[in-house]
Design a protein around this ligand. Structure first.
Ligand SMILES: NC(=O)c1ccc[n+]([C@@H]2O[C@H](COP(=O)([O-])OP(=O)(O)OC[C@H]3O[C@@H](n4cnc5c(N)ncnc54)[C@H](OP(=O)(O)O)[C@@H]3O)[C@@H](O)[C@H]2O)c1
Length: 343
């Protein structure tokens, strides 16, 4: 009698073990399948699919592309490469002389219309937004590139961040980006309505926003904000035929990054923008995110590997990021000390 009871208990137990093993097996198959599909999509996006054709965004049909932070670095390249694709340009940035030189060169080289607007966006003044509205309201705009951004001058503990720097980062990266989009997006919707064209809004995110970044906490938070905002907006504007994409980037040589030498992981703005514009609408390294792209190939692989292994919010990634930025801070402080002694 007791033997039968034991046997029943064992067989019931092994039934549960079997179910558990099947669940683990099924979960493993699901994980492996999604990983395989994501890897294939990543490789196709980066290395196989042809470049996006900008005629769907109204290229070569007298339409305008607005670029913020257009006078240097990545923004300047966006302007040049959109001109190459046959867009007229509205360039918004801080330094008038740089904008004037750009206008002259672009008009001469590409025979396009270029409107320039110099404004210090960190001021967040009504005048700035009024000027932008006045310049843009009667032009057929199909593309907005929210590129302007500011980071910390050097990595700094949050508790030591100067109020002015903190306010500028939030104003430029967030408030101004939102308010400029509120002005331009309705104009894009108006231009593409009842036409076969689509609109496009690109916003520059950053690995600083993808991965929580100690010692760049305010910048990191401001770029993470853009991820949520831009992806939400993508859902809202889908029905209006406007594609909204957040563009994620690791380091690129520029005056903001203070890096001059390119490497496998650090392209120059030209190569970074080439990959971005070639791949608009494809996730590349951001396979797990809607309306988000990590377009440069080495950034894409880096993003993909972190997401598929430890994850962006893991302790290990946070510790490595902290050490990395701490060493940059130490070097930057030493350099500042050296320069101060020379003066
Ligand atoms: N470089 C990187 O490693 C990197 C990595 C990830 C993401 N990003 C993002 O990419 C975007 C562009 O960065 P970047 O490296 O090309 O920067 P950058 O070389 O420093 O150029 C910034 C541009 O924005 C303009 N600008 C700055 N402050 C302004 C203000 N207060 N008012 C109006 N215009 C202003 C600058 O105008 P002036 O020429 O007049 O100064 C310049 O045209 C930013 O959103 C940044 O966060 C950059």
């Amino acid at each position: 009698m007791s033997f039968i009871t034991d046997f029943d208990a064992i067989s019931a137990e092994s039934k549960y073990v079997n179910i558990l093993l099947w669940i683990i097996f099924g979960f493993g198959v699901l994980k492996l399948t999604t990983l395989t599909l994501r890897s294939l999509a990543l490789l196709a996006d980066l290395f196989i699919l042809p470049a996006v054709n900008y005629s769907k965004y109204g290229a070569k049909r007298d339409n305008y592309c607005v670029v913020t932070g257009a006078s240097d670095g990545i923004g300047k390249e966006y302007a040049i490469q959109m001109a190459e694709r046959g867009f007229n340009l509205i360039l918004i940035s801080r330094t008038l002389s740089k904008l004037e030189t750009m206008k002259e060169e672009l008009v001469k080289k590409y025979s396009i219309e270029v409107v320039i607007l110099a404004a210090d966006i960190s001021k967040d003044s009504d005048d700035n937004y009024k000027q932008i509205r006045e310049v843009c309201e009667n032009l057929p705009i199909t593309v907005l590139i929210n590129n302007v951004g500011q980071s910390h001058s050097i990595p700094v503990p949050f508790l030591e961040t100067e109020e002015n720097e903190l306010r500028n980062i939030i104003t430029i990266n967030n408030t101004a980006t939102l308010l400029i989009t509120q002005i331009i997006a309705p104009l894009i919707v108006k231009t593409v309505r009842n036409s076969k064209q689509r609109g496009l809004i690109l916003t520059m995110g950053s690995f600083g926003g993808l991965i929580p970044t100690p010692l760049l906490a305010t910048y990191s938070g401001s770029k993470a904000f853009l991820q949520q905002w831009s992806t939400s907006l993508a859902g809202e504007l889908k029905g209006d035929n406007v594609d909204v994409e957040l563009v994620l980037s690791y380091l690129v040589t520029s005056s903001m990054s203070k890096i001059r030498k390119t490497s496998m992981l650090i392209p120059n703005p030209k190569r970074f923008v080439e990959s971005t514009l070639k791949n608009v609408g494809r996730r590349c390294g951001a396979q797990e995110r809607f309306a988000t792209m990590t377009p440069y190939w080495s950034h894409a692989l880096y993003h993909f590997i972190i997401e598929e292994t430890v994850g962006v919010y893991s302790t290990i990634v946070n510790c490595i990021n902290y050490s990395f930025h701490k060493s940059i801070r130490v070097r930057a402080l030493k350099k500042a000390e050296r320069l101060a002694k020379q003066q």
